[in-house]
Design a protein around this ligand. Structure first.
Ligand SMILES: Cc1cc2nc3c(=O)[nH]c(=O)nc-3n(C[C@H](O)[C@H](O)[C@H](O)COP(=O)(O)OP(=O)(O)OC[C@H]3O[C@@H](n4cnc5c(N)ncnc54)[C@H](O)[C@@H]3O)c2cc1C
Length: 400
């Protein structure tokens, strides 16, 4: 096959999965001068499940990497306000321009993931869409020393690597192959249904809540708005899952009759998509010759719309650790990631339980806002500081 000539041999790093965590990690490693192979089984620009919203730290990362202008040039609309609508009480907050972030964005994954993969390629990574990782290569002492990838004709190719990074999502093959232990799990798995809707005005990110329910609007590319409806796992399972379209509209009407009304001015532009939920999870994310990044190492419910932002921050922490070139640095990466994400994980799990009343939810949102500010501060501290990394400082326990 054509691909073989290009990939046989040895790389410093093989990254498996070329979406937000993998493509960003590959880009950063290639920018450090490493030889990188980035392998993705999907085609370039394929869509995936996502309600698309980036939080400030995620936008900041794209800005720092010089990619925010491209995102805007791709027609991704700025989001200038966030509204929290608790029952009938509307709290609308402006997104303050600072640190190079003028607005929030919610790019289609067809745009964001492709843009990151292109940036990895420009940085010198060898990027392959189509083949998939099927196995790892192990040394006698148990160290991972390569990856086995299979093309669409089922030819397999062993490739040497000093490090194999699993950026291959929640059901990570790399995590399974290295038997990465789970060391923390969330309690809740909420259900979400979402759809792209045309014809709505960009009135920012709007999150609406009533006990047991959440809906929202997230403006994205091509004049579409992502509309989502979420509820607790039990109700989703008992009532929504059998007919997710009807369930989506029922939750909309119950949670925000005004949004349900507004929707009638526009129309569905793509099919409804449902996610039945999965509890949050932390997996051990490093070992001899391997590491995990993004959802492969750490997943949480989409209700706080933070997975992409996490992936972009994790990519930076991991790339810096890999730059140090020791197993101890990889251990620091996991500590830094956990210190940054642990509060977000717990708050998200509590919100995903849908057992709150509105006052409790407001308190959870206040905590969430503080944790996100801390995350932004930490990512700003890293600015321009590739050598030496400041992992130890980032890994300080969260200020409460
Ligand atoms: C319903 C829903 C809504 C969400 N909404 C938001 C939101 O609004 N905001 C937000 O920030 N986050 C959201 N998230 C979370 C976010 O989508 C994830 O956190 C994010 O996609 C993680 O990125 P990743 O690159 O780590 O993994 P993924 O996006 O899962 O990408 C992994 C990639 O690895 C590839 N892969 C897997 N196995 C192999 C293999 N063996 N060989 C080669 N390639 C392989 C897959 O094809 C895939 O492309 C949502 C999630 C869901 C389910």
């Amino acid at each position: 096959m054509d691909m073989a000539k290009g990939i046989l041999g040895k790389y410093d790093v093989v990254v498996v999965g070329a979406r937000c965590s993998g493509a960003a990690t590959a880009m950063l490693l290639a920018r450090q001068g490493m030889s990188v192979l980035l392998v993705e089984r999907d085609r370039l620009g394929a869509d995936t499940l996502s309600t698309l919203a980036l939080m400030r730290a995620g936008v900041l990362q794209l800005h720092r990497w010089g990619l925010l202008d491209r995102l805007r040039a791709a027609g991704t609309p700025p989001i200038r306000t966030t509204s929290f609508v608790y029952g009938d009480e509307d709290i609308t907050l402006p997104i303050k321009p600072r640190d190079g972030v003028d607005a929030l964005y919610a790019p289609r994954r067809t745009v964001l993931d492709a843009l990151l993969a292109e940036a990895a390629k420009e940085a010198g990574a060898h990027v392959l869409h189509g083949p998939r990782l099927v196995d790892l290569v192990w040394a006698e002492d148990g160290r991972v020393i390569g990856a086995v990838i299979e093309d669409r004709e089922r030819n397999v190719y062993p490739i040497g690597a000093s490090l194999v990074i699993g950026a291959d999502g929640l059901k990570s093959t790399v995590a399974r192959l290295v038997d990465a232990p789970v060391y923390l799990e969330g309690k809740h798995a909420a259900g979400t249904v979402y759809a792209m809707w045309s014809g709505l005005e960009n009135r920012g990110n709007r999150w609406y809540y009533r006990p047991g329910l959440a809906v929202g609007t997230i403006p994205t590319n091509d004049g579409n708005t992502c509309l989502f409806a979420g509820t607790g796992g039990r109700r989703f399972h008992d009532e929504i899952q059998a007919d997710t379209t009807a369930g989506f509209h029922r939750i909309m009407e119950e949670c925000s009759p005004s949004l349900a009304d507004e929707m009638r001015a526009g129309g569905l532009s793509e099919r409804y998509r449902a996610f039945p939920g999965h509890p949050g999870v932390y997996r051990r994310s490093y070992g001899p010759g391997w590491a995990l990044v993004g959802d492969a190492g750490y997943f949480k419910d989409p209700i706080t719309a933070h997975g992409i932002t996490d992936a972009l921050c994790d990519a930076e922490l991991l790339a810096r650790a890999v730059g140090r070139g020791t197993d101890a640095a990889l251990a620091d990466y996991q500590s830094a990631r956990d210190a940054l994400s642990r509060e977000l994980f717990e708050i998200t799990d509590a919100i995903a339980g849908y057992e709150w009343d509105i006052e409790e939810l407001k308190q959870l949102h206040l905590k969430l806002s503080k944790a996100m500010n801390r995350e932004v501060e930490a990512m700003l501290e890293l600015n321009g500081d590739l050598n030496p990394p400041r992992m130890a400082e980032i890994a300080k326990p969260p200020r409460r």
